[in-house]
Design a binder for this molecule. Sequence first.
Ligand SMILES: *Cc1c(COP(=O)(O)O)cnc(C)c1O
Length: 381
Amino acid sequence: MQLSTQLLHGGISEDPHTGATSIPIYMASTFHQQHIGESQWEYSRSGNPTRQAVEALVADIEGGTAGFAFASGSAAIATVFSMFNAGDHIVVGNDVYGGTFRLLDQVFKRLGLSFTAVDTRDLDAVTAAITPDTKAIYLETPTNPLLHVTDIAAIAELAHIHSLLSIIDNTFASPIVQQPLTLGVDIVLHSASKYLGGHSDVIVGVVAVKDAQLAGRIGFLQNAIGAILAPQESWLLQRGIKTLSLRMQAHQANTERLFHYLKQQPAVAKIYYPGDPDNPDYAVAKRQMHGFGAMLSFELQPGLEPQKFVENLHIITLAESLGALESLIEIPALMTHGAIPRPIRIQNGIQDELIRLSVGIEDIADLEDDLTAGFTAVTGR
Ligand SMILES: *Cc1c(COP(=O)(O)O)cnc(C)c1O
């Protein structure tokens, strides 16, 4: 079955009891057990039919055998990190999601985990960071907000050579663009609050794996910790996923167009987009991604005010988050990455003039007109 068909017919796509083509929302905390120990359903933290349907779907569309749905992307990530023990070490991408860094630095470090942050595009740096205590390599690709692309298959191979787990946060790409499990990665996870949900109406996290033993460990932790996705949200996620392929096509087509539009703008100093043939990561991106995703960042010329730019847009929404149907724009230095001390932020390549754009599915002419209004506001021309 092709991926775009799987979105509709994968997992558990219709109600086994009634044939309803939309899975019912089973608002039940517990289930009548006719005979002790023989029931499929016992208690909704451990398993709920609506959640199970979307979990099976997530497993299918990521090319896995088991899926898990959580109350948020952060809950999914925390549950995965809970697999490790005090004394374990993790090699982590140096520009992972701020909340992921915060979890490692302020929660799991306190519990005895240690980690080393490296640019995971540099395989020598990753290898050099591995210690006898290292248990996993954790990364994102493309990254936030500079859209750096790491060679997923190379990292998976490196991890296996050193008997480490490889874990990828696939939020920025979505399984339409890349399926890390099929490239050899052990665990893929998402903030499904972004592209998978797609409609800015739900906070969700998901995990998918191929290996049965890993599935057992994560299933145990999901139930033990209990940060599960509720039935209503499970239904919203399943409905959102049905249109993922169509949405990604529209998102990516608009992004490609805006890249070319931005290249023509004298007020733009630099563009960060994996689909830019001059981008150093272009070859890897072209090899492992289907399309180049729908995120791009750009820097205004030094001295031009990014705040004035974003505040003069009327269609593109000034907001954190990404992967929504609506175009969302933000200034990392003031918003998503504002907590990073300026010298470190600049050292990591995130300039004050950087603007991050999550390209939506609006008409391209309206998006270009809106950006033109922003450029007029900052240049006076
Ligand atoms: C948003 C995001 C998260 C956190 O997910 P929540 O659903 O907000 O908890 C994790 N990773 C990435 C890449 C994200 O963009």
